[in-house]
Design a protein around this ligand. Structure first.
Ligand SMILES: NC(=O)C1=CN([C@@H]2O[C@H](COP(=O)(O)OP(=O)(O)OC[C@H]3O[C@@H](n4cnc5c(N)ncnc54)[C@H](O)[C@@H]3O)[C@@H](O)[C@H]2O)C=CC1
Ligand SMILES: O=C(O)C1=N[C@H](C(=O)O)C[C@H](O)C1
Length: 255
């Protein structure tokens, strides 16, 4: 557990500080009694400001195109990282592991979703997966989101696929023989994932399971970006005592 307090607060840097999430992180970490925000950077700023300010943990909510460069700098400079930015393939995770091999004392936590309910929804979906013949994922987000499908939906689909594989399930029956491009969604491993983009939405996910005679729907809604903040602050506290790469908040929550 984190032994830090008001007299010795965790020195936090924020990357993407002017963005929707970064601005919330600056506010949340700034209001936490055991943290102090020492650097707030956005696009074009020199990452050296983080080390100059004495940051210990850096939170990254930037862009899938920027996050790997940021992480390479953080690990090389011995800074712990809490990353919410999406776009992490298995190949990218392997690259991060290779950087960390040379800096075994550094902790990196990458989480596709920091909202408690979203993490629980993923875990429930993983548990339900082996009992149903078919499954599809629908994610719904605000229309300023850069990536589709969402990192959460891609992660959910991979967890479900893994559970289905382990249970020896074959792809669910689907009589579609003719379709408009995209009508059946993207396929993440063997799971169809559908992305909706609308102003007014924040972040929402539905996992629909079906078999003869019944369906099960698991749904999570982030109505406001404050929903991600308890998870981010927990990550900042925990990453100090977790060297190496941790993927997913479920590991920190011991789910
Ligand atoms: N893991 C989670 O719980 C969540 C993850 N996200 C993800 O976080 C990322 C950011 O989302 P939003 O805040 O909505 O986006 P946004 O577009 O509002 O903010 C991103 C900010 O990063 C800045 N930026 C871009 N490149 C940079 C760089 N190299 N260095 C420093 N700053 C840079 C931009 O100027 C912008 O201010 C996305 O990948 C999104 O999917 C969003 C919400 C929750
Ligand atoms: O861009 C967003 O807003 C979000 N991005 C993350 C994702 O892609 O899963 C997390 C959450 O869904 C909000």
């Amino acid at each position: 557990m984190n032994p830090r307090g008001e007299d010795n607060p965790i020195r936090v840097g924020v990357l993407g500080a002017q963005g929707r999430m970064g601005a919330q992180v600056v506010k949340a970490a700034g209001g936490a009694p055991d943290m102090t925000v020492v650097a707030t950077l956005d696009a074009g700023d020199d990452l050296a400001a983080l080390t100059e300010a004495g940051a210990e943990v850096v939170v990254d909510f930037t862009h899938p195109d920027a996050v790997m460069g940021n992480l390479e700098f953080l690990v090389a400079n011995g800074l712990h990282a809490v990353v919410g930015t999406t776009g992490f393939s298995e190949e990218r995770l392997e690259t991060v592991r290779s950087w960390l091999a040379g800096k075994p004392e550094v902790g990196v936590l990458i989480a596709p979703n920091f909202a408690l309910g979203a993490v629980l929804a993923m875990r429930f979906a993983q548990q339900a997966a082996r009992f149903y013949e078919s499954v599809e994922v629908i994610e719904l987000h605000h229309n300023r989101k850069a990536d589709a499908p969402s990192g959460t939906a891609a992660h959910t689909a991979r967890l479900i696929s893994q559970a289905r594989r382990e249970a020896g399930l074959k792809p669910g029956a689907d009589a579609t023989t003719s379709e408009l491009d995209g009508a059946r969604g993207a396929r993440v491993e063997d799971v169809h994932v559908h992305s909706v983009r609308l102003p007014g939405l924040v972040a929402h996910e539905e996992i629909l399971f079906g078999q003869e005679g019944e369906t099960l729907t698991i749904r999570h809604d982030s109505m406001d970006r404050t929903s991600f903040m308890p998870g981010v602050l927990l990550g900042v506290r925990e990453v100090l005592g977790r060297p190496g790469l941790t993927v997913g908040l479920e590991n920190v929550l011991d789910l």
